[in-house]
Every structure is written in C-alpha cells, then in structure tokens.
Design a protein around this ligand. Sequence first.
Ligand SMILES: [Zn+2]
Length: 349
Amino acid sequence: MKKLFVALLVFSSSIFAQQQDPPNIILMIGDGMGLAQITAGMYSMDTPTALEDFPITGLSKTHSYNQFITDSAASGTAYACGEKTYNGVLGIDPKNNKLESIMEYCQSKGYQSALLATSSIVHATPAAFYANVPSRKQYQDIALQLSESAVDFFIGGGKKHFNMREDKRNLIREMEKNDFEVVKNLDDYVASTAKRVGLFTNNDEPQPIAMGRQPNLAPAVNATLKKLNQKEVPFFMLVEGSQIDWGGHDNNLSYILSEFEDFNGAVAAALAFAKEDGNTLVIVTADHETGGLSLTKGNMKKKRISGEFSTKGHSGILVPVFAFGPNSESFMGIYDNTSIFKKMKALVN
Ligand SMILES: [Zn+2]
C-alpha cells in the first residue's frame, strides 16, 4: 500500500511537473534542403553535420492544397498553421479563413517568441508565422503585420519595407514606441537590454554567406537563445536557412553547400542548447526540395561532390525531419507537413 502510494505520488508529481514546464520549441527550416542537399553537405564538410546527432528522423509530404509542387508560402503555412493552402498564400486557408500560427498560439499561452532568417524577415517562410495575406509578394502589408505582432526578437533583412513605404509610415519608429529596439549589427543586438529587439541585416535581401553576409546564423541563434533564456517563461523560435533554396534555383551546388554549412552551424547551436536545457524540442526540416538535385559523382578523400539538377524550380520529393527533445518520438514516420504543426501544438498543451 505504501509502495503504491509512493508510486502514485511520483506519477502524479511527474504529470504535475510536465504541466508546470511547457517545453521550448525551436523549429528550423532549411529552405529547399532535400536529402541530396544534406548528403552533399555531409560528404563535403570537414566535420560531421549536426543532423547526424539527432536521434529521431521522419519524412514529410510537402504538396500544397492543389499542387504537387509547393512554394514556400503554402509550405510555410502548413508548418506554421497546420493547413494546406494555395501556392503563394500566407496564413489563409483555401476557404479564405484567417489562420492562427503556432507562434501566435504559443504567444497566447505566455510564450516568448523569436524569428531568424537569412532572407528578409518578410519573406514567405518567416512571414507564414505572423502574416495573413493572399499574396506573399505583399511585402509592405507583411511588414505592417510583423510590426503589429507580439514577436519579441527578430533577425533578418528587408528594412526598406518598414521605413521606405508607399503609405509614408515609419514602422520602425512605431515599433520603438512599442518597447522595440531596432539595431544594425549583432554586437548591438547582444548589447541591447530592451524587452524586444530587432536586427535588420539588410535593407533588402541579405547577400549569400559566401559574399560576406553578416551575421552567421550560429551566433545569431546563440545570441537570441541567451535573451530568451533570461526569462522563466518558455519560448518558440523559428530559424530559417533561407538561401539553400536560392542556390537550388541557381543550380549552383557550391552556393547550396556554403548556405547548408551556415545553417548546420545554427542547428549545432540549437541542439547544444537543447541538450543542456533538457526541456527544449528541436525540429529541423525543409519546406520542399529545390533544384531536383541528384548526386552523380563524389570523391570522399577530397571531400568533393558533384551533382546534376533537373529543374530551376522546386521538386515534389519527400523532405526529411529531424527531432530532438520532449515528444521527439512523435516525429517518426511519414506524414503531411501539416502534422508538424499539430505535433508542436499538442506539446504546448
Ligand atoms: Zn524556392
């Protein structure tokens, strides 16, 4: 009887502990990062990729509501909001209903939130987490919706959509009235003690990493994790390696590899944090593959891989999912991209 009581006590306290501590969620999207891109990265880097450290892998179907080949807006909406939609649409379902994103859901549960991208911050993938617009090209509307969102920290390009607008509004000044400090480089981002901080890395789209883009994604992730970890409340963070996709559209394998390496550094940083923290779920996936890349030749000693592209656009092949942390087992198997939203949401509950 006494044993049973102790067992019940342990059981109920573990349930209680789970309810007390909702986990942090770090969702990392390598845009256009299919298995060939990952494989090429694996065989060309000097050190093992961080992805090889993940205990759980799965596969995600990326088709959009009505098309086999998705774009980043429809796929971003699937991950962010759990619904398939038309290509080009952000945060709105095919029946024209406005959708709540996982980031907004987390915010409603008291979470902090952060968005990091190596594209502009109004680009399709990050925008899927805070914007509801019929076209991903409505950059000025998307910028306005970011300025009105509850996001605490962001790093990305696209400043001109905030301060050089057709409506003459200066959204940066408006955000500064709302506890935001908007800074120009990572040092200032790190040094800022403001409650909410945004770093614009470029007026327009940031450069490729091989052409000197600053900052690298890993220190940006580390700086943001440090800020988020200062508070007792949990957080949701989205990190996008945006330009792996652009290398794919260019059919340029060395562009893909340099962007993959930058993204891999960020994955390593997030994984190290999660291992130390013990209550952080890290999910790494892609929104789709880009370029229809196949790896046709390689030299393992020279760490040289060459491949052939079958399209200048996206392809419809399944993309891998890697998971570490609480409930990561639920990411095993083959499922729709919308399931990733559902699995994250179940965990926040
Ligand atoms: Zn693309």
